[in-house]
Design a protein around this ligand. Structure first.
Ligand SMILES: Cc1cc2nc3c(=O)[nH]c(=O)nc-3n(C[C@H](O)[C@H](O)[C@H](O)COP(=O)(O)OP(=O)(O)OC[C@H]3O[C@@H](n4cnc5c(N)ncnc54)[C@H](O)[C@@H]3O)c2cc1C
Length: 311
């Protein structure tokens, strides 16, 4: 069997979200050779998932995440950054400074880990499997599917509440189902949710079995505090039950906390020399664009210092 081709770079950036791209832009300014690898088709990470206006960035307002993603893509092009897209990294040897996809090995003197979050999935069960065509995790490109339909949204964080508010514009019915009566979403979103008469909120409730002949028609909603079950007529289910850090491929190689977030120093160094991490996957961090951007800059500075100390 032939050995896979090896791609060399001074610095390897894993993930082309806000953290990875800002790190690469800063390195580019410093004329440090850098290669970014991402499994998505284009840069932006979670940005296209943001359906509403982005109002918490001091550089300006963006009508939604797609607009910001487009601006980020333009920057990548203008700076002529070296981005390898559609490339899923499946394993790493961080000590050796290498990461591998199915067909290629990437080798660098320093690595910035910026692989971000992914959505948590529903547990595997027959009922969920049978109606998988009516269960959605991402809705950005399939908005039409919910128009004039009865939609249930599962979760109680920002994403779930944003989704409920968005669906309430065009769906015939919207139900938000949350396991507890505590909502992790931003206070302004919770206020909007409570005042929206088109959304039925079911707290202390969990998604149960699903029924239907051809497609989904009905779900059971179980109380998490008592023995009661409610039947809801529903056509589509949108799942927003939280996020997990994409750090499995780094496990056992660098220090992480019990939730799989990578432990970092304030300058984005990890427990392993030459390996840096930032953005959503950093332990004790904040899942915010500005935080990821700042981490990207911080990591680039630390990487420069590290490379100088090694030469
Ligand atoms: C619905 C929603 C609304 C939000 N609203 C806001 C908001 O209003 N304001 C705000 O500040 N923040 C908001 N956020 C949070 C913000 O999007 C994130 O904090 C930010 O995108 C984190 O950037 P990141 O670079 O750390 O990770 P990500 O954006 O997650 O980027 C990580 C990248 O790594 C890639 N990757 C992962 N694993 C691999 C692998 N094995 N191989 C190759 N590539 C890999 C992924 O494809 C992805 O492109 C929102 C998020 C969501 C989901």
């Amino acid at each position: 069997m032939q050995n896979p081709p090896v791609e060399q770079a001074e610095v390897l950036v894993l993930g082309a979200g806000p953290a990875g791209i800002n790190c690469a832009l800063e390195l580019n300014d410093e004329k440090i050779n850098c290669l970014i690898v991402d499994r998505n088709a284009s840069a932006g990470g979670q940005l296209p998932e943001i359906p509403t206006e982005i109002t918490n960035l001091a550089v300006g307002r963006f009508s939604n995440g797609r607009e910001l993603q487009q601006r980020l893509g333009e920057l990548v092009q203008a700076a002529n950054l070296n981005l390898v897209s559609n490339e899923n990294i499946v394993s790493c040897d961080l000590k050796a400074g290498s990461a591998a996809s199915a067909s290629r090995i990437y080798q660098a003197r320093a690595i910035f880990l910026a692989t971000g979050y992914r959505l948590k999935l529903l547990p595997e069960n027959e009922s969920f499997k049978r109606f998988s065509n009516d269960i959605f995790y991402h809705t950005g490109s399939v908005q039409d599917q919910f128009v004039n339909r009865r939609v249930a949204i599962i979760g109680g964080g920002d994403s779930a509440v944003l989704e409920a508010l968005e669906r309430a514009r065009t769906a015939s019915e919207v139900v938000l189902i949350n396991r507890s009566d505590k909502y992790k979403a931003r206070l302004d979103l919770i206020r909007d949710l409570r005042s929206n008469s088109r959304i039925k909120v079911m707290s202390n409730a969990s998604l149960g079995e699903m029924y239907g002949d051809e497609g989904l028609q009905e779900i059971r909603v179980h109380s998490t505090t008592g023995d009661t079950t409610e039947i809801c007529k529903i056509d589509k289910v949108i799942v927003k039950i939280g996020y997990l850090p994409n750090t499995e491929i780094f496990k056992g190689q660098i220090e992480m906390d019990s939730t799989g977030h990578i432990r970092v120093e304030s300058d984005c160094r990890t427990s392993l020399a030459g390996i840096f991490a930032g953005g959503d996957i950093a332990a004790g961090g904040h899942d915010r664009i500005a935080y990821a951007l700042g981490n990207g800059v911080m990591a680039a500075r630390s990487i420069r210092r590290y490379l100088e100390s090694q030469s």
